[in-house]
Design a protein around this ligand. Sequence first.
Ligand code: C2E
Ligand code: MG
Ligand code: MG
Length: 741
Amino acid sequence: MQTSENSQDDFLFIDDSDEDEILDGDGGDTWQVLIVDDDPEIHSVTQLALSDLVVLGRRLEYLHAYSGQDACKLIEDNHDIVLVLLDVVMETDDAGLNVVKHIRENLKRQDIRIVLRTGQPGYAPEESVIKEYDINDYKTKTELTRRKLVTTVYAAIRSYQQISTVTESRQGLEKIVSGSSKLLEFHSIETYSQGTLQQLVQLIDQDVECLFCARGQGIIDNADDLSFYIIAQQGYSSVLTNQKLETLKDEQVNKQVKTCFTQKKHQYFDDSIYLYIARGGYRAVIYLTLSEPLSDIQKQLLEVSLTGIAIGYENVHLFQKLNNAAYKDWLTNLPNRLEFVRQLDVFAKGDYENEVAALIDLNHFSDVNDALGQDIGNLLLAAVSQRLQTLNCNCKVARVGADVFGIIGSKDCVTPDSLIALFQQPFTAGEQKLPINACFGFCNKEHANSSGVKVLNQINIALNLAKKNRVEHFAYYNPEMEDETQWRLNMIRQLRSDFADNRLELWYQPQLALSTGKVIGAEALLRWRTADGSFISPAVFIPLAEYSGLIVEIGDWVVNQACSQIKVLEEKGYSDVTISVNVSIPQFRRGNFVDTVLSAIQNHQVKPNKLELEITENILMDDPQVVIDSLVELKKYGISIALDDFGTGYSSLSYLQRLPLDRLKIDRAFITDIAQEGQSVIAETIIDLSKKMNLKVIAEGIEEIEQQERLLELGCDEVQGFYYAKPMPESEFLEFLKNNN
Ligand code: C2E
Ligand code: MG
Ligand code: MG
């Protein structure tokens, strides 16, 4: 069979070409052509026939196989074979067809071109095979004159090139599509630009250096100029990201990036390209170096991919804006509470032993807002925000609440002293110069919990204590504080429910006229008897009631209870006996304190001058005007006012003059040692002062007769103390009155 086939080959390759118009130019690269034939002569003849052929600028390079099996192996090993000139009949009748199947089905190489050749027309494959396996041509060897062979090879290689162009484009597009969907996953400008560079490098498939450049403003922290910054980089050994483009120290790149930006056009060079990205006002330039010039397809693919990249670039900016809206405070442009919690989270989880986190709470900010208007309030907050940022230690400042700022920074820099110093000078808000104080809560890293929210809570605990501290306006968190807070919360919960269950009682401690020993009044004092029958001291629970605001309801109840007691006393014939009740600051703050007192008096039909309100000096510290206004109003109705614990607080004498007082209560602290030589000076001064101001004066805490005697000498009017009687329940008090008056 093989002999007969070969006998035809003698006619092969008769040179019928008078001119070789197909020869054109000389290229460096070659096309690999595999000749498969069991007849060695066919190999040499084919090679000879095609010897000078240059196709699309490249010469041919030959590989040889002498059986179907060899051919399969060679094709597997050589990926650059573009054309197989394949004998159909070799070791078997269908050896050639098996090679075709192997190429198309096993190796899945659709690009390799195949020209089938056979010695005898009778061995021609079915037409269906030619179609199914994408056979370029089928020729009997007799047909293959040199000219025909050249034409066939030329056509086959051309078609190979078209197929590979299409394939390259398709693969490129696939890369773009899959790359763009990956890019969609990036939400920050930095990661997006980095991802973009990676995608482009993959697309170009060269070892390149590349930079993503844009104007820094709004992208790079603290960059508010219009210079070009490097947002992302690839292929460079040094870190350039977040630096100005100038740090690259490459004049040419600097110039071309600017040109690209101003001309709004891509710039292609053989060794570099500058790609212009713009959409929705968001613009950038990508600079890439090239190891070889880009093909036209590559350029086209690049441009296709840039459309998607520009859309994505706009999207990440929009996303960043949304992010800013969620994590930035619009008024001060500082990070907001959410972001501060995130920063605290980093602080809590990282290695920040030398840092401290703090909260800064402005005192009386709402007064500024109320008195001067919200615009001034806003200006004040902006001024405070700016002042806080002058702390020169790279610390992070945030606005955490209406008048609360957060700060995280080095322990050496963020200290009570440094923060207090920031509030020494008044703040300028519009035309106003406003002196503002603040309280500070701190949490050192050593005590910080493991999550941001928890740390915020810890600083808050410290801040709340700082707010209550009248001497130092700051506190550092320590774990005991938390136990204390837990205890306090439990107590408040218990107090609330016991108050609702009527477990609070009002006891009475008699007050006597020193000259006659007669009971002229009584101080109403709260008693809390818990379910187990034990008493909790008012010194413990009153501050908790004040802290929780519960004192407002309790205080109302006390005033009503006292009025009903006055009525009982009146009915029993003790119409001269006054009842004093203690009043706390939250009661004044609520706003309708005056009304509730007046309606209690009215409801119980009692004389206003039988009710006395005791306020402490400290009440004046917070909100003197509110207190003074309410008291002046109540005084108009005849209600009596006493200043309690006098001498222990910080009130200035000017307040004393503005308060509509009826009497001063000398604190027990100045009575305890009064009988000792030289220890009565303060009590004496207070008594003199009250005489001069035309006020009555009562001494508290008399426990011994010697104290009473000294007070008599000093001219004190009235007394109250264990020496006469301890606070007692209503029934006992009535009994006491019966025996004394
Ligand atoms: P305060 O208004 O200064 O009341 C006088 C306190 O001194 C009472 O303590 C009383 O029992 C105590 N006391 C009176 N004489 C003597 C004495 O001779 N020796 C000693 N060692 N103590 C004496 P109490 O009842 O424990 O009340 C403590 C504080 O709780 C009161 O101080 C007052 O500030 C507050 N408080 C009591 N009831 C009320 C109330 O209804 N409302 C408000 N806001 N505060 C109240
Ligand atoms: Mg009192
Ligand atoms: Mg007192």
